[in-house]
Design a protein around this ligand. Sequence first.
Ligand SMILES: *[C@@H]1O[C@H](CO)[C@@H](O)[C@H](O)[C@H]1NC(C)=O
Ligand SMILES: *[C@@H]1O[C@H](CO)[C@@H](O)[C@H](O)[C@H]1NC(C)=O
Length: 408
Amino acid sequence: MGFLRLLLLVMVVAPWAVSSASPARQRLAVKRRLKRLNKPAVHSIQSPDGDTIDCVHVAHQPAFDHPFLKNHTVQMRPSFYPEGLNLERETRVESEERASSITQLWHLNGRCPENTIPIRRTREEDLLRASSVKRYGRKKQRRVARPSFAAPEPINENGHQHAIAYVEGDKYYGARATINVWNPKIQQPNEFSLSQLWILGGSFGEDLNSIEAGWQVSPDLYGDNNTRLFTYWTSDAYQATGCYNLLCSGFIQVSNNIAMGASIFPVSSYHGSQYDISILIWKDPKLGNWWMQFGNDYVLGYWPAFLFSYLADSASMVEWGGEVVNSEPDGQHTATQMGSGHFPDEGFARSSYFRNIQIVDPSNNLRTPRRLGTFTEQSNCYDVQSGDNDDWGCYFYFGGPGQSERCP
Ligand SMILES: *[C@@H]1O[C@H](CO)[C@@H](O)[C@H](O)[C@H]1NC(C)=O
Ligand SMILES: *[C@@H]1O[C@H](CO)[C@@H](O)[C@H](O)[C@H]1NC(C)=O
């Protein structure tokens, strides 16, 4: 009993004890990590949002700190694209319900030269906001929504809430979607709101493989409330491997145009202009690497196959949709918004959407999924509604305001 209580006490005070007991050691750890993250730049660009974008030579990017990548030859372009990609682009019909495509805020002040990649510089204060210098750049959450098993619980045990669509029961070699971009309000700095796709492999145990990409607002990670492009990967259910963006070695970037973690600009406004981004992730059938394309024009780079176990072969599930953290205690609900902060039934220009949802099948064809399931833990707080039509193909609206009359 006494021992248990002591253990509990140690667990509670430990994070404080470590950071206040040895400020010198902490400073050293911060300095070391910054040196590892921020590679020497050929050129730097000041973004209006306060970010510094470093143009780093392709061969000097963080990926090459990985022992398995020491002798790696960068593949500057994919050897294969999924079939049906260009076809879809050419046959897209003009429609009144159209959104404009967008890029990144830092482009206002310059571009990175060829053979470099833009990297958002990590600042000392970014590291100091993290729970520890070591955990910076990693998700705290150890769980992904598991629709077919979970039981929509009123409140997920770690406060994570989803409104998603998904496919499972087949082998998947990629996925794409066009997502409109919003700037949801975050109530507490330790909460976040994101819209993304998940490419998942394995059982939902300790060895879950995941590749993720989309947009997020995360005051903890970036120190502001801007909407930012992000990626994530893990091969062990968010434990020891993987990270956001380029905050660890793994992803190999080839694009000199798009910086991961940089602000997206402009964003959609309620009953106003709509802006959306397209994300395609697919597996190179020959070399096995997972590639990512942003919009129609930017091939960002790839996750080498060796990073993964299950995904070295194929994905067993794909999810698309929103996630927020509810950090309110005692059954109360946060007012952190998901998507536009409005429910799906409000429709175009008011609610957040994923459209032209597709998967890559075993024959390397992009196609509309046969059965799209939907899942949400608390539809009175954040909801999802799917549909299909000629213009948008398979789509869904999702999101909500969080704490409100409907969601006390
Ligand atoms: C890289 O190349 C060197 C020299 O050829 C070799 O000794 C080393 O084992 C290689 N490393 C890896 C990880 O393949
Ligand atoms: C982010 O938004 C919240 C709530 O709207 C606000 O309280 C906070 O000051 C903002 N944070 C920053 C860094 O701007």
